[in-house]
Write a protein that binds this ligand. Structure first.
Ligand code: FES
Length: 122
């Protein structure tokens, strides 16, 4: 069971949802199913709209990640991933701080997700 807490200036309060094993997709799908307003467009790792900051709450070993070339490239273009983070992801399978919600799969670990959101939306 993973607790995923979403936080954003566009939300009146933080919301924690429980991602049940076997029912996990990517972070964007989880957010959408709980009406969490993470902005998105392409849903395919192309536009960068769904940029989020992911904090891993457990001090234990983090779950391995699959950072796709597509996500890595876009984060690089957006200036949201450092060379050291790329190296850590490639060599140690460690997740970088910023992720694309549509490319980030929910694992069996508690995470805290923040995003800017769009304050112009109702
Ligand atoms: Fe476009 Fe995630 S929605 S990169």
């Amino acid at each position: 069971m993973a607790n995923v807490t979403f936080s954003s200036p566009v939300m009146p309060r933080d919301i924690t949802v429980y991602a049940v094993a076997g029912d996990r997709g990517n972070l964007l799908a989880l957010a959408k199913s709980h009406h969490i307003p993470i902005p998105f467009d392409c849903q395919d790792g192309e536009c960068g709209s769904c940029l989020v900051d992911v904090e891993h709450l457990a001090n234990s070993v983090r779950c391995g990640i699959a950072l796709t070339e597509k996500e890595k490239e876009l984060l690089k273009q957006m200036g949201k991933i450092t060379k050291a983070e790329i190296m850590d992801a490639e060599v140690n399978d460690m997740p970088p701080r910023h992720r694309l919600a549509c490319q980030c799969f929910v694992r069996d670990e508690d995470i805290f997700v923040t995003f800017e959101g769009d304050l112009t939306l109702p």
